[in-house]
Ligand binder design. Structure first.
Ligand SMILES: *Cc1c(COP(=O)(O)O)cnc(C)c1O
Length: 401
């Protein structure tokens, strides 16, 4: 192999950059799990750990009822469709799921995608052009940012969760034909819940549309788990909702956009990740449908999640850790320094608790943390064991007294 060609330096440069990440403690390793997802997981080194870092808010990912629903859908509809929706990839179960999501969210219609990343990637370009303005929270999810980049509309960014700045941006966008405010319903790194009541009032005042990404809300925020719009009592005032089937709503994969019929019909005709990507597997559609039926009948899982969240937030603060205040099951335990967050997560692993350190560029510089995510599946005993591990690792690293 020659050593001096451009082609070989391409690979050496990549290896050098990866070494740089490792040296700075910024390299993200992947834990390998050999069991189902759940409040307890088995890692491939044989260890059993309490899992505090899944988006498995309602505990449905490894849940037997969900698994059986997916097997039953596979039996009935087969493994896959080998087609996009508009050629020969639409089955009864896809139509039923779209109806069920729309009803659950209180929207008129829904379109499915392979992921919420695709829903956000494919929502702006078909609906808005250079005459329009998209006004986006500065901390919106990467997929929203990418989706906006794919669209010709003028871009306005408001300081995270800052309603005064949002109003300024609405004024700056006043001469545009249509304005749409876009925000994560709940922000996954901080657990912040967007102020949708105020956002909807501003939208009314400046004649703007509102879109929310409900990936960290659908299924458990609001008194019957419909999401941030229910939490803030603005159901019926949101124009577009995107979300995922890959977190609380079963945890496999898949995404959706819910809106008025004319919006959804337009997306079916024009949205590129829908038109040029395979239909959702029947097993996922069938299991998601079963999940929505279950959540529509009972708030038991949602209620247990919120009890677990309140308990953990109270106890971790009493230990002396700094957390971001709030009520969301995302609980950021702030450690500020990236290598400390890495070390802390590694020590927690030894103590039998799975948490992940987050640091720049996933969160702002100097804001490193371990992010705890509660689940309805956690037992009180598991949470107490995890809190004892937090106390021990915190003392060992001199973070608490
Ligand atoms: C996870 C997430 C997504 C992506 O969801 P996938 O279905 O996994 O692609 C999009 N937006 C937000 C806010 C998320 O948290």
């Amino acid at each position: 192999m020659s050593t001096n060609t451009k082609r070989s330096t391409f690979f050496t440069e990549l290896a050098g950059k990866l070494d740089g990440l490792r040296e700075q403690g910024l390299y993200k390793p992947e834990r390998v799990i050999s069991s189902r997802q759940g409040s307890l997981v088995q890692c491939d080194d044989g260890r059993q750990l309490i899992n505090l870092c899944a988006n498995n808010y309602l505990g449905l990912s490894g849940d037997e009822e969900t698994v059986q629903a997916s097997i039953q859908a596979t039996e009935q509809y087969g493994y896959g469709l080998s087609s996009v929706r508009f050629i020969c990839g639409t089955q009864t179960v896809h139509k039923q799921l779209e109806r069920a999501i729309a009803d659950f969210l209180g929207m008129e219609d829904t379109i499915l995608y392979a992921a919420a990343f695709d829903a956000n990637g494919g929502v702006f370009e078909p609906l808005f052009d250079e005459n329009d303005a998209i006004i986006s929270d500065a901390l919106n999810h990467a997929s929203i940012i990418d989706g906006i980049r794919l669209c010709k509309a003028a871009r306005f960014r408001y300081t995270h969760n800052d309603m005064a700045d949002l109003e300024k941006q609405l004024q700056a966008a006043a001469d545009k034909r249509h304005r749409i405010i876009v925000t994560d319903g709940a922000f996954s790194m901080d657990g912040t819940i967007a102020q949708l009541d105020k956002i909807c009032d501003l939208a009314d005042k400046y004649d703007a549309l509102v879109m929310i990404d409900e990936c960290h809300a659908s299924g458990f925020l609001g008194k019957t788990g419909r999401g941030t719009h229910e939490h803030h009592n603005v159901m019926g005032r949101i124009d577009i909702i995107t979300g995922t089937l890959g977190k609380a709503l079963g945890g496999a994969m898949g995404g959706f956009t819910a809106a008025r019929k004319e919006v959804i019909d337009t997306l079916r005709q024009k949205s590129r990740p829908y038109l040029f990507s395979n239909t959702l597997a029947p097993s996922i559609a069938g299991a998601s449908l079963a999940v929505l039926e279950r959540l529509s009948k009972s708030t038991e899982l949602r209620d247990r999640l919120h009890e677990n969240t309140a308990f953990f937030r109270k106890e971790i603060a009493e230990l002396g850790f700094t957390i971001k205040p709030g009520t969301h099951p995302v609980v950021p335990v702030m450690l500020f320094d990236a290598p400390v967050a890495q070390k802390f997560a590694a020590r927690m692993y030894e103590l039998g608790v799975l948490v992940t350190g987050f640091f720049y560029p996933v969160v702002p510089m100097g804001q490193a943390r371990v992010r705890v995510q509660l689940s309805a599946a956690h037992t009180k005993e598991q949470l107490q064991t995890a809190l004892a591990a937090f106390a021990q690792a915190g003392r060992e690293l001199g973070l608490i007294k």
